[in-house]
Design a protein around this ligand. Structure first.
Ligand code: MN3
Length: 200
């Protein structure tokens, strides 16, 4: 069973003015679609065929560049489309408490996450991860790496991710990555992030 590009769960223009429709169309229809088809090509006929993306990334040989880059790209964007949306939803009291416990307050968490996103040199992602004991951590990874991969410097299950590749923001924000990061917080779907926290 090959991996499939998921449909965007909202219209491409639903996140305007924070993320513009053209960026969403290209990002989903070209970039994510490309990772999906290249991932399928990379696993076809190998022992990875038929495994879930979480199984593949959790047991990944980091020297397998095709699966690392395209499997990461496939998973990361699947998560990204779901944790953002036109409705900010509602953060659960459990997630709110965990954020307070780990960072001190939501605003301190937001600063730490924004800093991780802003200082990731070149292409990559910022993450909010939950460890097996429920503790939260903010980190960033280069390229399409993510915390499911062993030895990337942060571990756990990502429950919020921010794509800071230029393809995610350049049409609208050019070199102003900090403005894009600030805008991102207007489109986070906290109901979905809370659901992922509850399922860790
Ligand atoms: Mn991207």
């Amino acid at each position: 069973m090959a991996f499939k590009l998921p449909s965007l769960p909202y219209a491409a223009d639903a996140l305007e003015p924070h993320i513009d429709a053209k960026t969403m169309e290209i990002h989903h229809g070209k970039h994510h679609n490309g990772y999906t088809s290249k991932l399928n090509a990379a696993v076809e006929g190998t022992t990875l065929e038929g495994k879930s993306i979480e199984e593949i990334l959790g047991g990944l040989d980091m020297n397998n560049a095709a699966v690392r880059n395209n499997g990461g790209g496939y998973y990361n964007h699947c998560l990204f489309w779901e944790v953002i949306g036109p409705d900010s939803g509602q953060m659960s009291s459990e997630l709110s408490s965990a954020i307070d416990a780990a960072f001190g307050s939501f605003n301190i968490f937001k600063d730490a996450f924004s800093k991780a996103a802003a200082t990731q040199f070149g292409s990559g992602w910022a993450w909010l991860c939950v460890h097996s004991d429920g503790k939260l951590e903010v980190c960033s990874t280069p390229n399409q790496d993510n915390p499911l991969m062993k030895s990337v410097g942060c571990e756990g299950t990502p429950i919020l991710g921010l794509d800071v590749w230029e393809h995610a923001y350049y049409l609208n924000y050019q070199n102003r990555r900090p403005d894009y990061i600030e805008a991102f917080f207007n489109v986070v779907n906290w109901t979905e992030v809370s659901k992922r926290y509850a399922a860790y």
